[in-house]
Design a protein around this ligand. Structure first.
Ligand code: NAP
Ligand code: PAF
Length: 297
């Protein structure tokens, strides 16, 4: 397939490299017009990729969006008109709400949503490390996307395991709630994920999860609060030595994905007049930290 990666950072470069190894024709669409882009993956040799090549973009069968959630709208809007109407667009980022913001421009195109638990790190501009073996779930956002189940097989061949999920919204909500619980707390407490397993955080985690699950129910997503809390604790334990992505963003004074994680829950809560005090407080704390940078720097 002709595949373009929009936002070739850590995760996007990992996917680009593996898809290239699997025999696909892969190009990148990064922020800077530097072509070609070269990088290695772990111990594997340096590969060269076309970057911001209009011809590649116009002929791509699959566009994989691996931007940070807050970058998606600004990056995708200007290139949509260059894409063929049949190009499949797969959104593969943390958080929710990006596709809704582009709904009018996307509804006539095959759109897929996905979530991955792989870990990737950009060590230098030319070195990518696959830091954690994970799995990827993808599924349809619209009826045209429903006809693209073969994409799961294509990706599975390159970066297994990739599974098709008939109810991808439910999987994304589960991931969203895990992120609502782990990300802002680890960022504000300045701690590794494993810290949250301690009993002193149990009632706060439980409240965060229950508030978010209540919002999910308004979207016809039925998730069990107790099972979700258990999942959060399992993920925190399994990644105990990791710093969450939001911790890393805040630590490095980079804009976080809070608007598309906790902020997504808050938007629904406001729409349905639901009380979500724990999530609202964490949202405010992260926003205050982000606002303080521009005041002091
Ligand atoms: P990242 O390294 O920051 O990658 C984003 C890339 O998009 C960067 O290379 C960035 O370029 C580029 N970009 C920004 N604006 C752009 C634009 N207008 N046009 C084209 N490219 C643009 O982030 P990441 O760690 O790969 O994460 C991507 C998403 O995957 C996030 O939602 C994250 O939460 C999720 N995720 C990440 C991991 C992981 O292990 N890394 C695991 C699971 C999920 P600049 O650097 O030049 O700004
Ligand atoms: O965003 C992250 O860091 C990850 O999605 C997770 C699951 C919280 C583990 O660190």
């Amino acid at each position: 397939m002709n595949i373009t990666i929009l936002g070739p950072g850590a995760i996007g470069s990992l996917y680009a490299y593996r898809l290239n190894q699997a025999g696909h024709s892969v190009s990148l669409w990064g922020r800077h017009p530097a072509s070609p882009v070269e990088f290695s993956l772990d111990e594997c040799p340096v590969l060269s990729f076309a970057n911001r090549d209009r011809h590649c973009l116009q002929h791509c069968d699959l566009l994989i969006v691996t931007l940070k959630a807050w970058q998606v709208e600004a990056a995708l809007s200007p290139i949509l008109e260059m894409l063929h109407q049949d190009t499949i667009i797969l959104f593969l980022h943390n958080g929710m709400g990006t596709v809704e913001r582009l709904q009018a421009q996307l509804h006539n195109r095959p759109v897929l949503l996905g979530t991955t638990t792989h870990g990737a790190l950009r060590v230098t501009a030319n070195e990518i490390r696959h830091t954690g073996q994970g799995q990827t779930l993808i599924g349809a956002w619209n009826p045209l996307g429903q006809q693209c189940q073969f994409v799961a097989e294509v990706l599975d061949h390159a970066i297994a395991p990739v599974k098709w999920h008939e109810d991808i919204r439910s999987a994304l909500w589960t991931k969203l709630i895990i992120n609502c619980a782990i990300n802002p707390l680890t960022a504000t407490l300045d701690c590794q994920n494993g810290q949250l397993v301690h009993s002193q955080y149990r009632s706060q985690l439980s409240a965060i999860v229950s508030e978010a699950a209540m919002c999910a129910r308004t979207q016809t997503i039925e998730l069990d609060d107790k099972a979700l809390l258990q999942t959060v604790l399992t993920v925190a334990k399994a990644t105990e030595e990791n710093y969450s992505s939001m911790h890393q963003d805040i630590y490095n004074k980079r804009q976080s994905e809070i608007d598309f994680i906790t902020g997504y829950v808050l938007d629904i809560a406001q729409k349905y007049q639901l009380a979500v005090p724990q999530n609202a407080a964490l949202f405010q704390q992260i926003k205050q930290i982000e606002a303080s940078w521009s005041q002091h720097d």
